[in-house]
Design a protein around this ligand. Sequence first.
Ligand code: FAD
Length: 466
Amino acid sequence: IQAAIDTLTAKGIDIDTNPPSVKSKSRDFFWYSPVLKDRLDHVVADFVATPKSEAEVIDILRICHAEDVPVTTRGAGTGNYGQAMPLAGGCILHLGKMTAVKDIAPGRVICEPGILLKDLDAACKADSGQELRMFSSTWATATIGGFIAGGSGGVGSVRWGGLRDVGNILRLRVVTMEAEPRVMEITGDDIHRVAHAYGTNGIITEIEMPLAPAYDWVGIFLSFKDFEEALRYSYDLAACDGLLIKLATIFEAPIAKDYFQRVAPHVAEDDAVVALMVAPHAMPGWETFTAAYSGAKTIYVQGQTDWPRQPGHVFEYGWNHTTLRALKVDPSITYLQIAYGADDPIALIGKVKERLSPEVLQHVEVTRSGGRVTMSGLTLVKFTSEERLDEIIAMHEEMGAINFNPHRYTLEEGGRQTVDDRQLAFKREADPKGLLNPGKMITWDDPDWSYDSMYAWPGLQPKTAA
Ligand code: FAD
């Protein structure tokens, strides 16, 4: 480690070994999960390297490769699966200074990975009235590189689908972890070799993303006495091709009353709430659409409703901000990520709610995939024990709801218990020593793992090391 630090420092690269700041850059939002908090709280890197350019990324990777130093990449560290936690210590490669926007053209932008989503949107809007198709609800704090390598979709996915859907990432430029790192341009289907791979098989140094026209989206809250009507309303709205929306989120009662301080005075304990973002030109159509739902009560329209305390961005109630707001009020809350699919998601959600509410409360995001409306849950769970959490997950699977377990730090367990073969093949090619974000790809370490229990990576630094 020290040899790497000395060589990097001699090269003029920004290296930080100050324990408090190394500790703070060694953490992400893993603590949303009590299971991950127990396993990862002590994890810490040895130093942070902050490159200013791709050339410095290459130097860092070459030197760390030579000295066998593990490298875990960090955008802003807002991931919830412990994606950016340096399980084996070593180097945190912090990309927060690589923020250039290189080119904006009709329908696309080229940028460096460390720019914040909100800054990228602002640059595209100022240049030519464009914006990202979708962003994580951590828009204000997360980077585009972290979103692509660690996220899945978010605000905008109701119109455009997720990051995995074809066409939602145009090109990635990637540096490999080898004796002499290579730079590769990746397009088309190959993008999924490195997208959502947690930085285990290459470092993304340049990104080309598709853009959509930018709007001053109107944030809206509605209340419904009947949760199922709230689901049906949101589903139908997302399916309504002529109405442009960027967000449709449904909260079972009493989520809004109990956890949304600024919304709470305007709803009752038994109100389900829907949060929307509607394009300004779609507002008259939205009003016509909404009038057909007798149970829909519009309680807030941004720019029109004069609440004494304004709620802020409506999207900061949805996606994983719902969990954050709930956690602030009740630290025993945790969450699940559930796919209800496109076949009959409303019936499936009803079945799950029937069986598990109020221990499990439904927070549902409406998304679109393959031209169909789909629904996903970032379900709130009152945590009692790991055993009970596993039981709740098993019940979901039994009922046909697919679980992406956010209480696991490996790619496979946070996915469908199998790694994309292309990601594994690319790791063999791009990181032959296995130094990139070690411990996050089970198939790399233990191809025969059975998934009967939580994977505990043998290289995880012991608790006493901290
Ligand atoms: P980090 O946490 O720093 O990194 C994420 C992963 O990507 C890590 O494995 C890291 O090693 C890797 N990585 C980062 N940069 C690179 C790079 N340049 N090359 C290779 N690997 C890299 N996620 C969603 O998808 N949608 C949401 O709506 C959403 N809402 C959230 C709300 C809250 C309140 C919180 C706390 C989290 C939410 N998340 C969501 C998770 C997370 O915020 C997003 O995925 C976010 O975009 C991650 O960006 P980051 O810069 O913080 O990445």
